[in-house]
Structures are given as C-alpha cells and as structure tokens.
Write a protein that binds this ligand. Structure first.
Ligand SMILES: [Ca+2]
Ligand SMILES: [Ca+2]
Ligand SMILES: [Ca+2]
Length: 256
C-alpha cells in the first residue's frame, strides 16, 4: 500500500520535472533569439549614427550635402546638374568612404541585409532651379535665414499629406535637410501604413535589376517598435537637425 502511494508520487514528480524542464528550455530559447534581434537593432542604430556623422563630415568639407546613390551609381552620390538624379535613394557609401557590407548594386546594407535609404531636401528657396542643399555654393547664395529644408517626420502616417503630418502634435520635424533610414527586419514584407509611408515608390536600374522600394514624398514616419499585425513597425530613422548642419557649416566658413 505504502509502496503504491510512493510510486504514484514519483510519477507525478517526474511529470512535474519534465514540465519544469520544458518551461525552462522554452524560456531560455526565446530570450536568445530576442537578444540576437535586439543586438541587430542596436547595431542598426549605431550604423545610422555613423552614416549621419559621415554626411556631416562631407558637408563640412564641401559645403553641401551629397546626393543619394541610385542602384546604377555604384555607391556614388548621383548629382544631375544642380539637382540630384533622385531625391529618394540610398546612402552614397563609396562617396562617403563608409565601411560595411554592400550588395550587388554596391549599396551599403543594414544589419538585416537591405540597403540603407537616404533622402535629401529638394528645397529651392530662391527659385533659381538649383537645389539649395546639394548644389556647390548654393547654401551661402540663398543665405541662412531663407533656407527651408522640408523633409518631414511624423509619429504616424494617419492623416498626413504628401507634404505634412496630420497635426503639429504628430510632427517630429518639418524641416530636416536629410533623413537616413533602415527598413528593419521586416524589409521584404510589411503591411502597416506607417511603414509603407517610408517607401511609396520603386527605384531600379542597377546591375542586379532589383527594384527597390524608396520614399515617394517628403513625409516619413518614425515611431516605437511594434509587432502588432497590420500595425507593425521596426523602421529606424535619423534626420539631421538644420541647426546642427547650419552651425557646423558656419564654423567651417561655408555659411556667413
Ligand atoms: Ca536654389
Ligand atoms: Ca520595417
Ligand atoms: Ca512618405
């Protein structure tokens, strides 16, 4: 009698041990994949900082911003007359001498293997046909008080137009000279309106014949990470504050 009770307890104990081990294993596996993804996310943010610093350095040396690269420009900035061949393209990593993985179109890749996007303001405040921020000497010609960088970053795409956020409360900046961004882990497939806002157009023409999604207007979205289906967001984005850019250009003697 005693032995049978004892054996019963042993089976229950065994099943509890198996259950606990299962829970522990599951608990250990989950954080590992999450940790790896978090590390990638941090690396992505650091890469954006590096790229932004490199663009700032280029502006300090030259007095204007580099044009975006295109899939056909071999990693080089792609100006076109006194404008850029595209307003919305990719980080000109060769022009900026940036380290990092490139793809077959010589575009600098983010930690998830997708090219880093780069957009520049096409503002032409003096109306002379030359983009103020990418044309040599144009920033000084226009003069600082008149410069009007117009890249806009909203907290949500909801209610935004092609030039502005829905409200001032939804506006993070409405006057950035440039933005640099990564489409994050879900770059190959996503459905949320906030992420689609960052890539409303296609750009191809490179050796790999890949058609990339790039921005279609000056409005971008940046908000917290979310995996909510249909509302997912993992894009990473940096813009340069105009005061930061102007301050450095004044220091370097490019702006009076
Ligand atoms: Ca101009
Ligand atoms: Ca994304
Ligand atoms: Ca947009």
């Amino acid at each position: 009698m005693n032995r049978r009770i004892q054996r019963g307890f042993s089976l229950i104990e065994l099943s509890i041990v198996i259950l606990v081990m299962g829970l522990l294993l599951g608990g250990l596996m989950m954080p590992l994949s999450v940790q790896r993804e978090n590390a990638r996310y941090r690396a992505g943010l650091e890469q954006l900082d590096t790229v932004e610093s490199a663009i700032e350095g280029f502006a300090l040396l030259n007095g204007f911003l580099p044009c975006p690269a295109t899939p056909a420009s071999a990693g080089l900035a792609a100006p076109s007359g006194n404008a850029c061949s595209v307003q919305h393209g990719f980080v000109p990593a060769t022009t900026l001498d940036l380290n990092g993985q490139r793809n077959d179109d010589n575009l600098l890749l983010d930690p998830w293997g997708s090219p880093l996007r780069y957009s520049v303001s096409a503002s032409d405040a003096d109306g002379n046909g030359a983009w103020d921020f990418v044309t040599p000497g144009e920033l000084a010609t226009v003069t600082m008080p008149l410069l009007a960088p117009d890249l806009t970053v909203c907290r949500t795409a909801s209610g935004s137009s092609s030039t502005a956020c829905a409200s001032s409360n939804d506006t993070l900046t409405a006057g950035a000279p440039l933005v640099v961004y990564s489409l994050g882990k879900d770059w190959s497939a996503f459905s949320s309106a906030d992420q689609i806002e960052n890539v409303g157009a296609n750009l191809g023409g490179g050796p790999s014949a890949t058609n990339y999604r790039v921005a279609s207007d000056v409005v971008f979205v940046l908000r917290g990470r979310s995996e909510l289906p249909g509302g997912e967001f993992d894009d990473q984005l940096r813009w340069m504050a105009p005061s930061q850019l102007f301050g450095r250009l004044v220091d370097a003697g490019h702006l009076p």
